[in-house]
Design a protein around this ligand. Structure first.
Ligand SMILES: [Ca+2]
Length: 146
């Protein structure tokens, strides 16, 4: 399988700190395939922790030419309790959400995984069938020694 990754470093921190970097899978996969994929790469599916982080990711994706036809998996899911979205990366409730209009709607009764969808000028969250295919956004913490 041809794999092309982009490594992003959004913020440089002071000496000895950890920074969060991202990899975006070039090919689409189901949500659970994306969980495994990120772990093979030494990371985890992304946990978007703030509006600032979502804005940075959204701007980056747009600058890379992604748009409405590109979907991206995050670690959010409500497998355990319908309507309560946890991160498979942390095991905790999502620390931040910004949903697309009318979402999450559990459309068709089987939408349990959270992806990013481009709407109204930026990427926001939507619940989607986990067996659908999207590109994984993996995150990883990297130590800096600057
Ligand atoms: Ca939905």
């Amino acid at each position: 399988m041809k794999i092309l990754f982009v490594l992003l470093i959004f913020a440089l921190a002071s000496s000895g700190a950890e920074i969060k970097s991202y990899r975006i899978m070039s090919e689409r996969a189901t949500w659970i395939e994306s969980v495994h994929y990120c772990r093979r790469m030494g990371g985890e599916l992304v946990v978007i922790e703030s509006q600032d982080e979502l804005n940075r990711l959204s701007n980056y994706l747009q600058n890379q030419g992604y748009g409405e036809s590109d979907l991206f998996w995050t670690s959010g899911n409500d497998y355990i309790s319908r309507g309560k979205f946890y991160s498979i990366t942390t095991g905790n409730l999502l620390p931040f959400t910004e949903w697309c209009r009318g979402q999450p709607d559990n459309y068709g009764g089987n939408e349990r995984c959270v992806h990013l969808y481009f709407q109204d000028g930026s990427y926001k969250m939507n619940d989607l069938v986990c067996e659908d295919k999207a590109k994984a956004i993996c995150e990883r913490y990297v130590k800096t020694y600057i």
